[in-house]
Design a protein around this ligand. Structure first.
Ligand SMILES: *Cc1c(COP(=O)(O)O)cnc(C)c1O
Length: 382
């Protein structure tokens, strides 16, 4: 917390604007759009609901397929399933740890065919509904390349930017338009869950650069109520808006966004400096066109990662593995894209995430590094 949260939340309570509308929601949306270089922001009650709304607004319908990386937190795959659609998983790249655009393009070219109705997966005989790249661990996938691919195959682009708020791509923030895709076809979703770069307790947002599209997303998020007074609803809507209390907190947090990212980048550089001398450790990469937020610093330690995690946790250091791969969870019904996801599997086995919170002190980080290098130097990794 920065200090301002309490004052803003108190103001929301005093004014009796506590629920799904109010001045802080409007202010938060305006300020968020500005800081992310987007024209419009619609605040929601979670990052997952932001992705769900974007997929529906993008036209994803039951029985279609949505392409996403196999290495990801489960939320975007869940959102695909909420639409009645199926995740198709693509590998990530070994140098940047982001969705592998070459493998994606190979899949679209070799395993899909164009028909008058759209793009169809030849293997599963289902239509492709959207591309859903997930920007991982504070870094960003190559947005322009993804935008070119989306445009080439006429697929809407829904980016999961839950982890990279505060990052930038080619010098511009996550919501900035790409000249390689029409604004009507692109959504950038983010999250303000407690573990993200900034938090509203729980919350999310869809960032867009097209006014009709932002109206559509807002409409879907507010039960699709079509008249101001009468309770008339013109399509299936959702109760997905952010509350004024959450937005009050978010406004205070946004004021700290730059300093939080600075702090996280500092934490990352201390880890990288200390660990890069060790040849068998792969430090957290920063994609070449991206200034990462380093939301969660992660490094590759090899196949004995789980033993290292156990040892560090026993020593009171909170470390974590990466997410289990999407196609290993049967309830998600994910299909492989016809190209093996070897890198995702390797990263899942080998990578651990280290403490990266903005309130991590220098002394605490030194202790993490002492314990960690102690284990490394004990020879267990060689
Ligand atoms: C946290 C996260 C989400 C979901 O956000 P919630 O606000 O928790 O619903 C979605 N995608 C990714 C990659 C995340 O890390």
């Amino acid at each position: 917390m920065t200090g301002q949260e309490q004052a803003y939340i108190q103001k929301a309570l005093d004014d009796n604007w506590v629920s799904y509308a109010g001045p802080y929601v409007d202010k938060f949306e305006t300020e968020l759009a500005e800081r992310t270089d987007a024209a419009y922001a619609v605040a929601t009650n979670s990052g997952t609901s932001a992705i769900h709304l974007a997929l529906i607004a993008a036209g994803v319908t039951p029985g279609t397929e949505v392409i996403m990386p196999n290495l990801s937190f489960v939320a975007p795959a869940n959102a695909v399933r909420y639409c009645g659609a199926h995740p198709i998983v693509v590998d990530v790249s070994s140098d940047e740890w982001q969705i592998d655009v070459d493998k994606l393009n190979y899949f679209l070219e070799e395993h899909c065919e164009r028909k008058t109705t759209g793009l169809w997966n030849k293997d599963t005989k289902r239509q492709i509904g959207a591309l859903l790249p997930v920007h991982l661990l504070g870094g960003m996938a190559d947005v322009d390349e993804l935008a070119k691919t989306s445009t080439k195959y006429d697929l809407p682009l829904v980016e999961d930017a839950a982890e990279c708020l505060g990052a930038s791509y080619k010098g511009r923030a996550i919501g900035a338009p790409s000249r390689h895709i029409s604004n009507e076809r692109r959504f950038v979703c983010t999250s303000f869950n407690g573990n993200k770069v900034i938090t509203t307790g729980g919350g999310g947002a869809v960032l867009m650069n097209d006014s009709d599209l932002s109206r559509k997303v807002r409409h879907l998020a507010t039960t699709a109520k079509s008249t101001r007074i009468e309770f008339e609803h013109d399509c299936l809507g959702f109760n997905y808006r952010m509350t004024n209390i959450a937005a009050a907190m978010g406004l205070a947090q946004l004021e700290a966004l730059n300093s939080y990212v600075q702090k996280k980048r500092k934490i990352a550089s201390v880890y990288t400096d200390a660990l890069s001398a060790t040849t068998f450790i792969g430090v957290h990469p920063e994609p070449k066109e991206c200034r990462s937020s380093f939301w969660l610093y992660s490094c590759s330690v090899g196949p004995r990662s789980r033993e290292i995690i156990d040892r560090l946790i026993t020593r009171g250091i909170q470390v974590r593995p990466l997410w289990g791969q999407i196609d290993t969870m049967p309830h998600l019904g994910a299909e492989q894209c016809g190209v093996a996801c070897d890198v995702a599997e390797m990263l899942y086995r080998n990578v651990i995430s280290l403490p990266s919170s903005v309130d991590l002190t220098t002394e605490e980080q030194d202790r993490v590094l002492d314990e960690f290098t102690g284990i490394i130097n004990s020879g267990m990794l060689e």
